[in-house]
Design a protein around this ligand. Structure first.
Ligand code: SF4
Length: 694
């Protein structure tokens, strides 16, 4: 029995974990949060929640939280606590010195998908208006940047096409490279409810996840492909649909360019893209591919949901475009029950992308080279803006090693732990002269920081998050910031120290500026959100109540674009030294690198990362259940306990990345998506051998 006491007041706010965006009533007694109660009027969750949103908020008062700004001259020096004013003056002076010495492009920043839309908007504004360059990137670089590119190319906008309610009208659900039961549990429950009512399920995943078989739900087809072969399988599905005449000619003639379709049809019809040929290297039986294609094309409303198992590959963008091709081929777009839906991992990854966090785009996905858009911001901000795309995170690190990039402001992101090729990240950070980390805890990246600015939790600020269905939800301040300043105030004071004339009194004024400059947000204001509860963008004069489903009458780009999806095998090859392929995923009770969930006082969270290995591969190596094993790749090695299971196929191993000790990114490669640099986390050639432990 837990004694929580009687709450004195409650505040409705939004969960800060995943892209479902559940609403909660935060119940308070005095200054203490006593309970998070799922909010029945929350449009994304309707009174439901998962274990993380309900119980994992203890990190907000964890003893390791840093509450005072700190500075040090060298990263080997001890930290020295300073006042906020001293910290801001120091950063401003260092950044200006670096730009004077090395040039305007020598500094940049990273926005956070954990922070609010308003905070993200302000960070990109600081960089564009204050740093006078476009060197801004986001942690979405390492997760859903291929979604941004791929859907943008095919449809003209880079967001999920449906609202969550839509799944209740689906007859066929295809889940590709995602495990919503672990990563998006509240939405997974709604999906499973529809499946229990009779909708059919297709899962494309190297691993037999909880989605493939759970009580009362079993996939019709599980395409357990070899990691790295998504493009071949998705294109083979299209091969079947085209060669068996299962495509929706009327839809294609009306909504797409017919000559582009003909070119694409010729491409996918090539016998080398048939299921029988593709089976040889993907490991998926041809009959499974044919069965899945026929079901998706002819089974009624077909909806595709996908995750990082699609994007975190050297061909992540190509697979996204292949998925868009499937939806257009079958007319499964633009109405309830269908569509293409990226399942966003972090609470505000959709919002951080919407708010201009990419080095080539202003808020609203408008290219920095578009004169009219640049002029809008130039007029408002009173500076001339660069029309050249800035540096992406990996390019910032490259430039740092080469000597031309010298300072960075990182808000709410631990790039040392979450980005690929840890050695390269360390080298880049170590080469910089002013690394500013703005976060809750002294994270791994802070080992290379010269300034630490304490961050605030979602309980301590006002703002908005945008979930995976483009729903803009209010985040409401539940308690005063323990560190004294909400994150948006920190960025504002830093901007002021750099000489910018910022005077926002409240995040609602930041949202007003977003609405004034971004057509898809034109009607959004805090007042309107109070009135509506939440709205889905686009929300403007043309769609005053928001847009649950996009591309209903036409694609944002005009005609939908079919794009050839040539399969190019990854450069990460297995061989005698590294004969197995490692892929990664998540568990329900942990979140990403665990910075918050591991700091919540509850034994539920403290699962360790384990290595799943097939019985055949374990036996060959003399490995028994629970043994310590050494996992080695060309990049590095780590030690984990083995879990022997046929959830993975022979030749494939799997682990999660929630604990810093696991250091999964020490062993991943530096290969990345050809279009966006999103790292190829899901395919690493490895060897597994016995170990005596860490
Ligand atoms: Fe939070 Fe996602 Fe769980 Fe909802 S499903 S409570 S948003 S972690």
């Amino acid at each position: 029995v837990i004694e929580i006491g009687v709450p004195e007041r409650s505040v409705v706010t939004t969960c800060a974990y995943c892209g479902v965006g559940c609403s909660f009533k935060a119940e308070m007694r005095g200054d203490e949060l006593v309970r998070m109660v799922p909010y029945k009027d929350g449009k994304a969750n309707r009174g439901h929640s998962c274990v993380k949103g309900r119980f994992a908020y203890g990190y907000a008062s964890h003893k390791e939280r840093i509450l005072n700004p700190m500075i040090r001259e060298k990263i080997t020096d001890p930290w020295r606590e300073v006042t906020w004013e001293e910290a801001f003056a120091h950063v401003a002076s260092e950044f200006r010195r670096i730009q004077y010495q090395y040039g305007r492009e020598a500094i940049g920043g990273i926005t956070s998908s954990r922070c609010t839309n308003e905070e993200t908007y302000l960070v990109q504004k600081l960089i564009r208006q204050g740093f006078r360059n476009n060197n801004v990137d986001t942690c979405a670089r390492v997760c859903h940047s291929p979604t941004g590119y791929g859907l943008g190319q095919a449809f003209g906008t880079s967001a999920g096409t449906q609202d969550f309610d839509s799944v209740e009208h689906s007859d066929v659900v295809m889940v590709i490279g995602a495990n919503p039961a672990a990563a998006h549990p509240v939405f997974a429950s709604r999906m499973k409810k529809r499946l229990r009512q009779g909708a059919k399920l297709i899962v494309i995943d190297p691993r037999r996840t909880e989605m493939v078989k759970s009580p009362h739900v079993e996939a019709e087809h599980h395409l357990a492909l070899r990691p790295g072969t998504n493009v071949a399988v998705v294109t083979a599905l299209a091969h079947v649909i085209v060669t068996e005449g299962l495509f929706d000619e009327a839809f294609i003639r009306e909504r797409c360019d017919w000559s582009e379709f003909e070119d694409y049809a010729e491409f996918v019809s090539d016998p080398k893209r048939s299921p029988e040929e593709v089976e040889k290297f993907t490991g998926v039986p041809a009959e499974e591919i044919r069965g899945a294609a026929r079901l998706y094309a002819t089974g009624g409303n077909g909806a595709i949901y996908y995750g990082l198992g699609v994007t975190e590959h050297s061909q992540g963008s190509t697979t996204v475009m292949g998925i868009a091709n499937l939806a257009m081929l079958t007319g499964n777009i633009g109405r309830k029950g269908v569509g293409v839906n990226p399942l966003r991992g972090q609470n505000n990854v959709q919002g951080s992308c919407d708010m201009g966090s990419f080095p080539h785009e202003f808020p609203g996905y408008r290219h920095v080279s578009t004169d009219a858009v640049r002029e809008t911001f130039e007029k408002l901000w009173g500076v001339e803006l660069s029309d050249e795309p800035g540096l992406r995170i990996p390019n910032m690190l490259d430039a740092a090693v080469e000597g031309s990039f010298r300072g960075i402001y990182i808000q709410g992101e631990d790039i040392l732990q979450s980005d690929p090729d840890t050695k390269h990240v360390s080298a880049g950070l170590a080469a910089m002269e002013c690394v500013v980390v703005h976060d809750l805890f002294l994270n791994e990246t802070a080992r290379f920081a010269h300034v630490f600015l304490p961050g605030s939790t979602f309980l301590e600020k006002d703002g908005t998050f945008t979930n995976a269905e483009r729903r803009i939800n209010r985040v409401r301040k539940v308690m005063a910031p323990k560190n004294g300043l909400a994150d948006w105030e920190v960025t504002q004071k830093l901007a002021q120290a750099m000489g910018l004339d910022w005077n926002y009194a409240h995040p609602s004024q930041v949202m007003d500026e977003i609405a004034a400059t971004t057509p898809s947000f034109a009607k959004v204001s805090y007042e309107y959100l109070e009135q509506m509860g939440s709205v889905q963008w686009p929300c403007n004069e043309a769609a005053p109540e928001g847009t649950p489903i996009v591309h209903m009458d036409g694609f944002v780009r005009g005609k939908g674009k079919f794009i050839r999806t040539e399969y190019v095998p990854t450069d990460e090859k297995t061989g005698p030294r590294f004969p197995l392929l490692l892929t990664t995923g998540r568990i329900l009770s942990q979140y990403n690198v665990g910075a918050q969930t591991r700091r919540t006082e509850n034994v539920v969270w403290h699962d360790e990362d384990v290595l799943e290995i097939h019985p055949h591969d374990a036996e060959q190596r003399g490995i028994r259940e629970g043994d310590w094993v050494r996992l080695t790749s060309r990049a590095g090695e780590t030690t984990l306990r083995a879990q022997i299971t046929d959830r993975v196929a022979p030749g494939v191993v799997y682990t999660t990345f929630h604990h810093p000790d696991t250091q999964a990114n020490v062993i991943t490669t530096d290969f990345s998506d050809w279009a966006t640099n999103c790292p190829e986390y899901k395919v690493t050639a490895v060897q597994v051998g016995p170990s005596n432990g860490p």
